[in-house]
Every structure is written in structure tokens, then in C-alpha cells.
Design a protein around this ligand. Structure first.
Ligand SMILES: *[C@@H]1O[C@H](CO)[C@@H](O)[C@H](O)[C@H]1NC(C)=O
Ligand SMILES: *[C@@H]1O[C@H](CO)[C@@H](O)[C@H](O)[C@H]1NC(C)=O
Ligand SMILES: *[C@@H]1O[C@H](CO)[C@@H](O)[C@H](O)[C@H]1NC(C)=O
Length: 294
């Protein structure tokens, strides 16, 4: 009857997954999507995430909580369920620190009241695609050259990668697909960005920025697309400007070389005596100059 049809429609639900198989970077993380269009009564929901075949329990949500004790130990710290998303009908699972063995098919089965539905999520490939930059920020003085690191580790060859560099805070593209761009139309600026061409076949896409200026400071991102994946690394460039430290260092250098010259003069006139002391002063001058400079 019309009434019973309506009743079934209210209760029934259909669980959805991703639109296709997933490719995941080794060591990275991935969301295994599982959701319903219309939210279900939260307190009645049970969600079981299993690997098909082995039937390993990846995650269990039951009676309003995640049941870590029931879960296979391989997934203890790696599988995260979003309890706060259940009310939105979202039962996706975040899998972190992905390993090669994670390749396979996962089943998300959702129970609500007397009904259940499921979806399958396939991790088709776990690609080794790691990108590393500089862990710390890079600093440079006005006019200096600076290297922004970007190194890719993958079984995919560098020729099959698409690499781009951009300055994120201003959204300026510096390099894409083997072409350098300039942040200004000024012809002289075009040569400021340089690559280590011989290093590229080794996956080293580090970029050299010449004659750093104040406006160069900011966050730079190296973006790598390969094998359907995208990874990136960022480098923060801190510009120190032309400071009093420069000047101090410069003066100390002059003092140091002056006293070295003086000690040579004293030596050539008097022989050994008196040289040691003046030489010692010269040493202090040099050391200070260095420690101020760096
Ligand atoms: C489910 O929640 C996760 C975590 O907040 C989010 O990344 C994902 O996009 C959500 N999926 C859907 C279909 O809303
Ligand atoms: C990039 O440019 C260099 C020099 O123009 C060329 O030798 C090289 O083959 C190019 N690489 C790619 C991937 O297009
Ligand atoms: C990349 O190449 C530059 C220039 O030769 C070098 O300084 C840097 O150490 C290289 N990076 C790696 C990770 O090999």
C-alpha cells in the first residue's frame, strides 16, 4: 500500500563509497569514504569496517563508541573514525601511515534499526612518492642567493612527474613543467630562478633564488604530481635584510685583518717578541666577526 511504501522509504538507506579505486602515497594518509545521503538515528547506528577476504576488523563503532579492543592491532593507531560525523551520515575512516600491505578492498557496513547496507572501497595502489624539503626555515640576507630544497623519493621516474614551485602567500607560480616564470614582467628578474638541471634526474627539484630581496620572504611550496598522486613540501624563507650585524661584522673583519697586518709588520721589525699578543688580538677579531655574522 501507499502507507507501507512510505514507511520503508523512511527507514531504508543506501550506503555510498568513493567514485572509484583509490591510489595512496606510501606513508601518507587516506580517507576511505562511506556515507549515506540522509542522516540516520545516531544512537541506533553500528558501523563495521573490515577488509574483504581476510575479514580483518579494521574498525568497529557500536553502542555509541569506537571499540578499540575489537579492532585488529595493525589498525590501532592508524584507523580513525570520526564520531562527530555520524550525525551527518558520514562513516568514513581515516587510515594513516599507509603501508604497501594496505592495498586491497575494504567493506563499510552500516546497521541501523533492522536494516543494513554496505559499500566497498578499494585501495588499488600504494605508491612510493615522498617529497622532502627543509625542516627549518631558510634565512638569507639581502642580495644573497638561497637554495629552497625539494627532493622526491619515488619509484616513478622524474620525467613522469609534474613539478611546480609556487610562492603560496601571494600565489605566484615560479616554475611549472620545466618552465620558469617570473614574479614580475621585468626581464632582469627572469634569471633569478634557477634549477640544478643535473640533479633533476635524481629527483632533486631544489630551486635557487638569486639576489634575495625583502619581498621574496614568505612560504614556498614544491608540488609534485605523479602516478595520480599529489604530494608537496613547503620551505619558509626568512629575509634578514641588511642589518647592523653586517656592518659590525664588516668592521670587525677590517680590525682583524688590520691587526694581522700589524702583527706581520711587528714581526718583520722585531722578530718573535710582541707578535703573540697582537696575533691573539687578531684571532679574537676574526672569531667575533664570524660569530656576529652567523
Ligand atoms: C566525512 O568526514 C571526514 C572527516 O571530517 C571528511 O574529510 C569527509 O570529507 C567527510 N565525508 C563526507 C562525505 O562528508
Ligand atoms: C626540460 O628542459 C631541459 C632544457 O631545456 C630539457 O633538456 C629537458 O629535456 C626538459 N625536460 C622535460 C621533462 O621536458
Ligand atoms: C640538490 O642539489 C643541490 C645542488 O647541487 C644540493 O645543494 C642539494 O644538497 C641537493 N639535495 C639533495 C637532497 O640531494
Amino acid at each position: 500500500t501507499f502507507l507501507s511504501f512510505k514507511h520503508a522509504d523512511t527507514l531504508g538507506f543506501s550506503v555510498r563509497g568513493p567514485s572509484g579505486p583509490l591510489v595512496v602515497p606510501l606513508g601518507g594518509s587516506v580517507i576511505l569514504p562511506c556515507f549515506v545521503e540522509r542522516p540516520l538515528a545516531v544512537e541506533k547506528v553500528k558501523v563495521v569496517w573490515k577488509r574483504t577476504g581476510s575479514e580483518t576488523l579494521v574498525h568497529l563503532y557500536q553502542d555509541g563508541e569506537s571499540r578499540a579492543e575489537a579492532q585488529h592491532k595493525d589498525y590501532h593507531d592508524r584507523a580513525h573514525f570520526f564520531t562527530d560525523q555520524i550525525q551527518h551520515g558520514n562513516f568514513s575512516l581515516l587510515l594513516e601511515n599507509v603501508r604497501a600491505e594496505d592495498k586491497g578492498v575494504y567493506r563499510c557496513k552500516v546497521y541501523s534499526q533492522q536494516l543494513a547496507d554496505k559499500t566497498l572501497v578499494e585501495i588499488k595502489d600504494v605508491e612510493r612518492l615522498l617529497v622532502s624539503g627543509s625542516d627549518e626555515s631558510v634565512s638569507a640576507y639581502d642580495g644573497e642567493d638561497v637554495t629552497l630544497s625539494c627532493s622526491v623519493d619515488s619509484h616513478i621516474t622524474p620525467e613522469d612527474m609534474e613539478v611546480s614551485w609556487k610562492k603560496t602567500d601571494e600565489d605566484i607560480l615560479l616554475y611549472q613543467n620545466n618552465e620558469t616564470f617570473s614574479d614580475s614582467s621585468d626581464e632582469r628578474d627572469r634569471d633569478r630562478v634557477e634549477f640544478f638541471t643535473a640533479e633533476i634526474p635524481k629527483g632533486n627539484f631544489s630551486l635557487r633564488l638569486k639576489s634575495v630581496r625583502t619581498e621574496d620572504k614568505g612560504v614556498y611550496m614544491c608540488l609534485v604530481f605523479a602516478g595520480g598522486l599529489s604530494v608537496n613540501t613547503t620551505v619558509v624563507l626568512v629575509q634578514l635584510g641588511f642589518s647592523w650585524l653586517h656592518i659590525t661584522a664588516l668592521i670587525l673583519c677590517i680590525v682583524a685583518s688590520g691587526s694581522a697586518l700589524l702583527s706581520w709588520l711587528v714581526y718583520s721589525r722585531t722578530g718573535n717578541q710582541g707578535v703573540i699578543f697582537i696575533y691573539f688580538l687578531g684571532e679574537i677579531g676574526f672569531k667575533n666577526a664570524f660569530s656576529y655574522y652567523y
